[in-house]
Design a protein around this ligand. Structure first.
Ligand SMILES: CC(=O)SCCNC(=O)CCNC(=O)[C@H](O)C(C)(C)COP(=O)(O)OP(=O)(O)OC[C@H]1O[C@@H](n2cnc3c(N)ncnc32)[C@H](O)[C@@H]1OP(=O)(O)O
Ligand SMILES: O=C([O-])CC(=O)C(=O)O
Length: 411
């Protein structure tokens, strides 16, 4: 049921039959947990010695790339097709997951419901979850005071920090109990009257939510969580992994790099000038930010979904930075192929995510990875729930020295 191709399970007929369902997320989860616990028990008792692959020296010295060594329930990443959440690709989610009232994009609540339970929530269930989160969303006064005294040093409670850092002194709107999670977030950031930015953030946060288990932020949460550290500690560790330029920070780096390119090539954007800038970047020994991937071998479907968002809005297509991102995509894969190093010459999600935020006036690059961090909590915390429900053990892979590897090869 959770394997690829599960689309049938989520077919329109199925979701229509579920229209009347008004379960809470806890009730929906309670239904799934015993079945999953049984599935794990059977795997352990009936198949514990089954072989899933071999471990090569390349796996060990190459950052465990390609090694099948983690259990992760909510999503599976295919090198060619990209991410699927319980079998649903991004376009399936766009068709099936409830949006906000008056909106079209996937919202965090419906994505979280899918990630956690493996089921598409009904409209009523989604609204109920939005309300539950909004009702729990107010900060107690003592936390507000604490955060106000720590300011940007505390990597949490993202909207308040944004306002404190970039618009100090301006009052922050209270949580609106009738709005979805991201609607409230954008409102508190100070952009609540921008419907298009709100929709973009809904899509952005939904599709950055999970990318199976092996990426650096998800894996960090899982590792730290496996020591039974609490979810806040486990997820804050993940944010430090996300903050590296080869992972989440790349979304900031891309925009900085594209704007440097714009400065250098001037008003007349041509493929030749972009190529020249790409070569200059590569020859200086830097990576092209937003391109390449540890698993994907095709353009990232999340990149495509964000591009489609731009294509549906003519005012975005007129924006020079957005045009530059698009034109870079037209030439960068060929340049990277000619350069010959990266296994994947195509764009990942970070190649485009920041330019739309910039267009809508959220121009503080340093904040972009925080938004990614707000999103990635959906998948990382889902897996922590499963790790606890299934009683998964502390993670402790075996390491080998180079001498030990050589000895094993000789034997
Ligand atoms: C949400 C996300 O985290 S998506 C990823 C965001 N990160 C980026 O966009 C940064 C740019 N990209 C990269 O640095 C890489 O492609 C990564 C980190 C994403 C993946 O790294 P790997 O799995 O090691 O990629 P791969 O196996 O293709 O690397 C092989 C070689 O190609 C190089 N390479 C990979 N991507 C690029 C790139 N975009 N530009 C130039 N060279 C690259 C690697 O540095 C490596 O060079 P080396 O042999 O001299 O060490
Ligand atoms: O899958 C990865 O390694 C990196 C990535 O795209 C993500 O974490 O969203």
């Amino acid at each position: 049921m959770f394997a690829r191709g599960a689309t049938k399970y989520f077919s329109r007929g199925f979701s229509q039959r579920r229209l009347a369902s008004t379960k809470t997320i806890r009730e929906a989860l309670e239904e799934v947990v015993p079945r999953k616990q049984l599935q794990l028990k059977q795997l352990k008792t009936e198949h514990s010695q089954a072989v899933l692959g071999e471990v090569t020296v390349e796996n060990v010295v190459g950052g465990m790339r390609g090694l099948k060594a983690m259990l992760w329930e909510a999503s599976v990443l295919d090198p060619i097709e990209g991410i699927r959440f319980h079998g649903l690709a991004i376009p399936d989610c766009q068709k099936q997951l409830p949006a906000a009232p008056g909106g079209k994009e996937i919202i965090a609540e419906s994505m979280f419901w899918l990630l956690l339970t493996g089921k598409v929530p009904t409209e009523a269930e989604t609204r109920q979850l939005s309300r539950e989160l909004a009702e729990k969303g107010d900060l107690p006064e003592y936390i507000e005071k604490l955060i106000d005294s720590l300011l940007a040093r505390l990597p949490a409670l993202a909207a308040r920090i944004y306002r404190n850092v970039y618009n100090p002194g301006k009052p922050i709107p209270a949580i609106n109990k009738d709005l979805d999670l991201v609607g409230n977030y954008v409102n508190m950031l100070g952009f609540g009257d921008n419907h298009d930015l709100t929709e973009y953030m809904r899509l952005y946060i939904a599709i950055h939510g999970d990318h199976e288990g092996g990426n650096a932020s998800a894996h960090t949460t899982h590792l730290v969580g496996s020591t039974l550290a609490d979810p806040f500690i486990s997820y804050s560790a993940a944010l430090y992994a996300l903050a590296g330029p080869l992972h989440g920070l790349a979304n900031q780096e891309v925009l900085r790099w594209q704007m440097n390119m714009q400065k250098e090539i001037g008003d007349e954007i041509t493929h030749d000038k972009i190529k020249e800038f790409l070569w200059k970047t590569l020859k200086s020994g830097q990576v092209v930010p937003g391109y390449g991937h540890g698993v994907l071998r095709n353009p990232d479907p999340r990149f495509m979904a964000l591009q489609q968002f731009c294509e549906s809005r003519p005012q975005l297509l007129d924006d020079r930075v957005i045009q530059l991102v698009r034109k870079t995509y037209e030439v960068a894969p060929a340049v990277l192929k000619e350069h010959g190093k990266t296994k994947n010459p195509y764009p990942n999600v970070d190649a485009t995510s920041g330019c739309v935020l910039y267009h809508y006036g959220l121009t503080q690059f340093k904040y972009y990875t925080v938004i990614f961090g707000v999103s990635r909590a959906l998948g990382c915390l889902t897996q922590l729930v499963w790790a606890r429900a299934l009683g998964l053990p502390i993670e402790r892979p075996k390491s080998l020295s180079m001498d030990a590897i050589e000895k094993l090869i000789k034997n």
